[in-house]
Write a protein that binds this ligand. Structure first.
Ligand code: HSE
Length: 441
């Protein structure tokens, strides 16, 4: 089971499943940095096999004879391969092959956040059962060593919160919309052409990719089970240039944030567009860049910034897992599966209804006497206190945008109030917008 002692082994052998973007980056690093890696580890990582359906396309990487194969079993079942790296992605064949490799006693590395977030219990359980290591640094934040930071660097901390921008595609789209006043759909097309988006871009812009990553981060940070189903998830498809302009006028930027916050024995897990004060550091994180804050009771705020996607950054994270596992293999030390549910601080998940936030509402309301007082009346009845109001345009008898910023309110009350406001005759339904606001009150 990969527990050979150093005296028996001269190198650790690698097999890769999937020769797409991340597979290519990983292979390139192994080939081009082989000397450097050997020097640092004291032994080489030898790339034995790469399996992919397309082995004809030239990726511009110098590979040895017989490295490429279309037969995945030559990776998962090969007796001489120590570490199997799954870079296929998705929940289908990737899961089957990863489990097969684990059952064959291979140590595994994966970048597959969807698989770990949605089927992690099974995957981590199998790794434990078969006594193999499972590395997943590349599943969150691409080249940012955030898994290592949480699992090792901050191991002595009680974590208060983790939040950040963990989807480069959405951040790229919001940045372009903000800087150039462009519509969502136009920028999405551009992001897809540039190759930033997932194969299914709804995972990016619908928030699920961020929710997958948040699930993994929260489990590591708080020792809670992987809770993907309980993450409140809202993407950026409803964000318009109008709301971005209002946000700017109010001193905010809009970012898609993934937030995990522990308070009163419960953890909030939420992904949604968020208005942040322009002068916050995280508001400066633009384009495809990612940034993650971790606040530990002992360290206070720590911030991790870098490229969250792409062949070389993600390949760098994959190879770092290989190096960690290879060291264990060479020393004969026990395997490490990297994720464990805490027995001492088992926290529950706070339902979204109970979450408190400040809010931005943008209605289209008729510009006539008494409308604002009716709306503010409903907010008051629901214990929602108004911080500021903007109304633009003067078109008597016609709908104009009406923006309201609130103080902290409870989500359940906000939903109840909005339902009532949306049913008013003076308010155009289906055209309204709610964005949660972070910052000082
Ligand atoms: N589609 C992801 C992103 C790639 O845009 O961040 C990395 O998981």
């Amino acid at each position: 089971m990969g527990m050979a002692k150093k005296a028996d082994k001269k190198a650790v052998n690698i097999g890769i499943l999937g020769f797409g973007t991340v597979g290519s980056g990983t292979a390139r690093i192994l080939v081009e940095n082989s000397e450097l890696i050997k020097e640092r580890l004291g032994f080489p990582l030898t790339l034995k096999k790469i399996a992919d359906l397309d082995i004809r396309k030239d990726r511009g990487i110098k590979l040895g004879k017989d490295v490429l194969t279309t037969d995945a079993r030559q990776v998962t079942d090969a007796p001489d391969i120590d570490i199997v790296v799954e870079l296929i992605g998705g929940l289908g064949i990737a899961k089957e092959l990863l489990l097969r490799a684990i059952k064959n006693g291979k140590h595994v590395v994966t970048a597959n956040k969807a698989l770990l977030a949605e089927h992690g219990q099974e995957i981590f359980g199998a790794a434990k059962k078969y006594g193999v290591s499972l590395g997943f640094e590349a599943s969150v934040g691409g080249g940012i060593p955030i898994i290592k930071a949480l699992g090792e660097g901050l191991i002595a901390n009680r974590i208060n919160y983790v939040y950040g921008i963990v989807n480069g595609t959405s951040n790229y789209i919001l940045t372009k919309m903000t800087n150039e006043g462009m519509e969502f759909s136009t920028v999405l097309k551009e992001a897809q052409e540039l190759g930033y988006a997932e194969a299914d871009p709804t995972l990016d812009v619908g928030g699920a990719d961020s929710a997958h990553k948040l699930t993994i981060l929260a489990s590591l940070a708080f020792g809670i089970p992987l809770s993907y189903e309980e993450v409140y998830t809202e993407g950026i498809t409803g964000i318009t240039p109008l709301d971005i302009a209002f946000a700017s006028e109010l001193g905010f930027k809009i970012k898609l944030l993934a937030i995990a916050k522990a308070e009163g024995g419960k953890v909030e897990l939420r992904v949604h567009p968020t208005m942040l004060p322009k002068d916050y550091l995280i508001s400066q994180v633009d384009g495809v860049m990612n940034a993650i804050y971790v606040n530990g009771r002992e360290t206070g705020d720590t911030l991790y910034y870098g490229r969250g996607a792409g062949d070389m950054p993600t390949g760098s994270a994959v190879v770092s897992d290989m190096a960690d596992i290879a060291r264990l293999v060479m020393s004969g030390a026990p395997a490490k599966s990297g994720l464990s549910v805490s027995k001492s601080s088992r926290m529950g998940i706070r339902p979204m209804d109970e979450v408190e936030s400040m809010y931005y509402f943008r209605f289209y309301a008729l510009d006539q006497p008494g409308v604002l007082s009716k709306i503010s009346g409903v907010l008051g009845e629901n214990n929602i206190s108004i911080a500021s109001v903007i109304q633009k345009g003067r078109k008597e008898g016609e709908a104009v945008p009406l923006v309201i910023l609130t103080h902290k309110a409870v989500e359940k009350n906000v939903r109840r109030a909005l339902k009532k406001i949306n049913s008013m005759r003076a308010v155009a339904t289906g055209k309204n917008c709610l964005i949660r606001v972070e910052g000082q009150e």
